[in-house]
Write a protein that binds this ligand. Sequence first.
Ligand code: RIB
Length: 306
Amino acid sequence: MPLDVVVVGKANMDYLVRGPRLPAPGQSVNGDAFQEAPGGKGANQAVGAARLGARVALVARVGKDARGAAVIEALRKEGIDVTHVREDPSAATGVALCQVGGSGEKQILSAAGANARLTAADVRASAALFEGARVVLCQLGVPLEAVSEAVRLGRAAGAIVVLDPGPPAPLPDELIAQLDLIRPNTSEAQILTGIRVRDRLSAREAAADLIRRGAKAAAVQAGEFGDLLAWPGHEVWLPRFEVKRVDATGAGDAFASAFAVALAEGKTLAEGGPFASAAAALATTVLGAQAALPTRAAVLELLLRR
Ligand code: RIB
């Protein structure tokens, strides 16, 4: 049975501390909650898509260590195909130190470990996963050669190709031109386009730049102004959902995975956007990344409440 979503990306163990505020450089702050849990944008997006009902596989590398085993076990429990999550004996599983402040704002410092060793050859070795897959979903937490190979295989298989370009990095136009949807947040948009997204107009300019460079659609996060979804001749500001926000970690992953699932189900961009926004909003209501990724029922309920 072909897959709905093939994710190629990073898998980490996250160590999260919540406190009353984020420490400034040189400062120490006493936190009030700690969580150790599997994370990483690739693994999170695979889990996000699986919780929304998709058949999902992840292509990734972890270390051959206890953290890697826990990461794989968590993916298995979500029903994700982990055949191509390779255990690398010569590198440690990636880790992320996540800090969450009193209003749910976050900052993350990570060590890539085995993620940095994912190769184009690893992706080619997983080519069978791409056959018949509806969506290929990538991020930039693994080397660009692996991302490029995933995008190439996705296009060759006729899949819809979605990129969440985080962590921020510049990208060649040839890669952008192969994307059906790119979803930068404000810092990613600035690195990709040179445009500082600080209002609706600059969000439009950033989206237009990405579309001019060949992306078929762009969903640009514009902070307090919301999320702009744009494709040639069209512009939609996505709905915002009133929720009690406790932690923004993983909200971007919820957005990308929900959008991928909607597109895999044949929904249009205009239909996928609100589904993704609702998933992202719910992900901010629970502490942690994977712990916060919502089920399909929860997303549909929030959409109905609007
Ligand atoms: O997007 C959230 C993720 O970013 C965390 O799970 C952490 O692992 C970092 O990669």
